[in-house]
Design a protein around this ligand. Structure first.
Ligand SMILES: C[S@@+](CC[C@H](N)C(=O)[O-])C[C@H]1O[C@@H](n2cnc3c(N)ncnc32)[C@H](O)[C@@H]1O
Length: 354
């Protein structure tokens, strides 16, 4: 798959990394230019540079990184013709379907080929992927890409409605992956394609629970076992650099924070006692007892250690001035789909009873 050479050559497909949100494939064609908001570049200037290089634009508007394609980068850069599978799901499915070097696999539909690229790398030339797509233009485009990316010997792409016409192989594959609107209509066909002499596996990728329920019923009816459903969510962490603080400073900050908290508590108690002495009715919020004050504090203007301004830290010249810390993103990217897995176990040989 793709070039394994150290340097970029004319005709190579490279991945142009501009920002985390702007990653594009580019076929290096000397004579052409590449233009983006980060400047303009001549393809000819990219020929001969090592993969991974940072390239400055000709008009000084910015720079790009020129990367060797991998299935992971291809998933981030590929032209979307459909919704696609992303890496968290691809990795999880590969693992739970036990897809490895030499595996024989079916996928339907091909879509934009995101899943296909990762699977082709995992199974290698010792394995095979039968991929099915009923949208003709999409099938042709994916076939063209598989050939351009050196996967033609590993992937057989068939233009076909698998729910109606089934698969082109029988008793052949170790695993089936269905990313279809109605996977339940393809489950009996999948059963025929799976090997009969060893345990095999299936996964159906569906965005809503109604689809999962129909899939589970169809899997049960077809004799699949170990039916399990997962949802995979990514929780990214952001890494920031902050100025390191001496331990003594952190302790001092905590002490000041505690002191402020205590002063506030004492003030509130004093106000409450005064009201009692003056025979004023208590409000709910000011009802006696430390617990309620605590609640008020935590719901409102709690004083935190980081409210105190940072001191100027005297750093010896030979010490690093920044350190990296990571923080989990408060929002986890939403649900993509449910993954329903099941297993097909070979039927026990019939025993001759006398
Ligand atoms: C969501 S896309 C698959 C995306 C793919 N897994 C990827 O990672 O790029 C679903 C594809 O299934 C195809 N499809 C839907 N029903 C089909 C059927 N009965 N037979 C074959 N392909 C079908 C659609 O045309 C579409 O391209």
């Amino acid at each position: 798959m793709w070039s394994t050479a150290r340097d970029v050559a004319a005709g190579d497909l490279v991945i142009v990394w501009q920002t985390r949100e702007l990653i594009q494939p580019l076929l290096i064609t000397p004579g052409k230019d590449f233009n983006s908001r980060f400047g303009y570049y001549r393809h000819a200037d990219i020929v001969g540079i090592p993969y991974g290089s940072k390239v400055g634009s000709r008009n000084g508007r910015g720079f790009i990184h020129v990367l060797r394609p991998t299935p992971e980068l291809w998933t981030m850069a590929l032209p979307h013709r459909t919704q696609i599978l992303y890496l968290a799901d691809i990795a999880f499915i590969t693992s739970w379907l036990d897809i490895k070097h030499g595996s024989r696999v079916i996928e339907a539909g091909t879509g934009s080929g995101s899943f296909s690229h990762s699977i082709a790398r995992t199974i290698g030339s010792a394995g095979h992927l039968w991929s099915y797509e009923f949208h003709e233009a999409r099938a042709n485009k994916a076939r063209e890409e598989f050939s351009l990316h050196g996967m033609a010997d590993i992937v057989t792409l068939t233009h076909r409605n698998v729910c109606k016409d089934g698969f082109t192989v029988e008793d052949t594959v170790d695993a089936v992956f269905l990313d279809l609107p109605a996977p339940w209509d393809a489950i009996e066909h999948a059963k025929k394609a799976l090997k009969k002499n060893v345990p095999t596996r299936i996964c159906c990728f569906s965005p809503c629970m109604e689809q999962v329920l129909r899939t589970v019923s169809a899997l049960n009816d077809s004799g699949f076992t170990d039916i399990t459903m997962f949802e995979s969510l990514l929780r990214p962490h952001e890494v920031h650099q902050i100025a390191p603080q001496p331990l003594a400073y952190a302790i001092e900050k905590l002490k000041k924070s505690e002191q402020k908290r205590e002063e506030k508590r004492q003030n509130q108690i004093a106000r409450s006692s005064k009201r009692k002495r003056d025979d004023l009715p208590e409000t709910d919020a000011e009802n006696a007892g430390g617990k309620r004050f605590k609640t008020q504090e935590s719901a409102g203007d709690d004083v935190r250690a980081f409210d105190i301004p940072d001191p100027v830290v005297d750093q010896p010249a030979n010490q690093p001035v920044k350190m990296s810390v990571s923080k989990a993103c408060p929002e986890v990217r939403g649900h993509t789909s449910y993954l329903t897995f099941a297993r097909l176990v070979p039927a026990a040989p019939a025993t001759n009873r006398q």
